[in-house]
Design a protein around this ligand. Structure first.
Ligand code: KG4
Ligand code: ZN
Length: 332
């Protein structure tokens, strides 16, 4: 079955064609450049950019996949969480297409999309696994028993880890969004240069990143320019280590407590090289296996939405055309 996926929850306009929830025939992603000069996403600007881009990106996705619209048997689009204006653009487009073609429409939870990126790429992943979703908007540890059957073990109480990466990157003059640039800079630094705080929470699986972000901001404020220039890689590595330490410790604790051997990373911060390396070591040391998507499937993309739409359709059938955008949609 050929599924078309549409993703417009934030500042990426993406359309993808996926066969049988496994084979990516195309995955076209346009990252909006309009926000760079503002240092953050402006929702209204994002909505307008999606309106301009959605039709050409959809056309390109069909063309690159080598399929006609008549070959598409399912349309899936992100319904939330995300920015309401941007969500409405992709959702309305997808619903219109499904209605006009009289084919099933499936609204998709964006977080379920991130989680599906691993199922899409790793046929040998156990359906029962533990996933850590870490993106610009979310940091959550989830037990997955099957697609659609989850328990949220814990999440961030304040900032998402990706948000902390972006804010620290901005303070260090690495541009926006700077998570990937910070990752590259940190590769050449000493992670023990500064001991930034690790949030200790009463709740085992809760996270907090606002204190760390403030600690780095104060540290940078007190530093003179020349010192920052000499030690920028060390500071980036030290910040990254503080983030990764907590993510690794809590995930391992949950995997051990629940005796789950397959662990996945998903969301934009799954692309982080330090985190992949540290988590791989720790999971393997306990006889488990770590899975993560290839970099293009870590950050927002429509292939993961098409795959999630397919899995949802296989299990629950088609969704309703009355589905609306839900900015604070939770993972059920
Ligand atoms: O999943 P995503 O594309 O968007 C949301 O759903 O939020 O995640 C984007 C986030 C941004 O905060 C970005 O800076 C971060 O992922 N990111 C990284 C890396 N690549 C992307 N953070 C750390 N290391 C990376 N290599
Ligand atoms: Zn995302």
């Amino acid at each position: 079955m050929i599924a078309l996926g549409i993703e417009t929850s934030c500042d990426e306009t993406s359309a993808a064609v996926v066969r049988d929830g496994r084979e990516i025939l195309s995955n076209v992603i346009l990252s909006q450049a309009a926000h760079t000069r503002f240092g953050g996403v402006i929702p209204e600007v994002a909505s307008r950019e999606h309106v301009r881009a959605i039709v050409p990106i959809y056309g390109q996705a069909l063309e690159e996949a080598g399929v006609e619209l008549s070959d598409v048997k399912l349309v899936a689009a992100t319904m939330g969480p995300g920015l309401v204006g941007p969500l409405l653009v992709g959702l309305s487009f997808a619903k219109g297409l499904a209605w006009a073609r009289k084919i099933p429409f499936v609204p998709v939870n964006h977080l379920e999309g991130h989680l599906a990126a691993n199922i899409l790429e790793h046929p040998d992943l156990d359906r029962h696994h533990l996933t850590l979703i870490v993106s610009g908007g979310h940091t959550m540890l989830v037990e997955v028993r099957a697609f659609g059957d989850y328990t949220l073990l814990g999440q961030t109480r304040d900032d998402a880890a990706g948000e902390a990466f972006d804010k620290v990157a901005k303070l260090m003059g690495l541009g926006y969004p700077g998570g990937a640039a910070l990752d590259r800079l940190a590769a050449g630094g000493d992670p023990r240069f500064v001991r930034f705080p690790r949030a200790v929470m009463k709740d085992d699986y809760a996270f907090s990143y606002s204190g760390l972000k403030t600690a780095v901001a104060i540290y940078l404020e007190r530093l003179d320019r020349s010192e920052l220039e000499i030690h920028c890689a060390d500071i980036a590595a030290s910040f990254q280590e503080a983030v990764v330490d907590v993510l690794v410790a809590k995930t391992i604790k949950a995997a051990e407590a629940m005796q789950i051997s397959h662990v996945t990373l998903s969301g934009g911060v799954a692309a982080n090289s330090r985190r992949r390396a540290r988590m791989s070591e720790e999971v393997a040391a306990r006889g488990g296996r770590l899975f993560y998507p290839s970099p293009v499937l870590c950050t927002d993309n429509a292939a993961m939405i098409a795959a999630a739409g397919q899995y949802s359709f296989d299990r629950y059938g088609p969704g309703e055309l009355v589905a609306n955008a839900i900015p604070y949609l939770r993972l059920a």
